[in-house]
Design a protein. Sequence first.
Length: 296
Amino acid sequence: MPVRFAGEQGRVTGRKGISGGEGRVTFMNRTAIHTIGGAKFNVSVQGQGSPLVLLHGAYCNLDVWDEHVELLSRSFTVIRYDQRGFGRSDAITDTFSPYLDLKAILDYFGLRQASIIGSCTGGAVAIDFALAYPDYVEQLILIAPSLNGNPPPMRLVWERLRDMHRVKREGIERGAVRFLRSRFWRFAVPRERRARTRLKDMYLANGVHYRSRLTMQRPLFPLARKRLREISCPVVIVEGEWDHLFNRRTGRYVHEQIYHSSLIRMEGCGHYPQLELPLEFSAIALSALKASAARR
């Protein structure tokens, strides 16, 4: 039985029916606001098959995966959501842990195992989740992952704070223009117009982020940086040629520490390969997911 939706805003009146037999899943294709664990999340579910969770990163929301869902949903039930403090989900107002939000969402839909693709900070969420709940994770694909316990350089922290204060002072429209033109953020801002426009659209849709109390976020403890060898599922790390050196070094460190991992370098892109080179990234992801399924 699929989830029952009510109202033009897509609010949920029921919650059961996503799980199918033998690890397969059936679900009504729909994006809706779900109240889970006391917070509202904008969740999109599409396709039929084994569960695949897509976790966006900084300056993005679930729309970053738009160009991948049609292909991936032919083989998987694709679950993507605006993380707390992004898109149409709730602002951050109290202490929370992103990996526990992911656990709550999977439990809400009755899922006990999934593959996960995580980009940037979404990669850090995926890593924390795999350490906390290893039985839930079939495979990780990490795109330029952040890593809790691996502090970013002060310049990166400073530029993010500048962006936050600029939006609060000048408005999100002006903030988007300044962000896209910034020399510092060239590693993240796509060079191609289509992808650049899509990043701008997501930036503008993330007004809730600038109303959030970002310091209330709590990672998994002990921190993931020293625990990566505990991860036993297959892991693929994807890096972009033009990404920030710190991000590339982080991805390579993750690769070195996880035994069952591989590293793929994508040329001609920066921090968001899935946004800049969607066809190429979809092919990489689908190949990795099918290879993992064949080994099971």
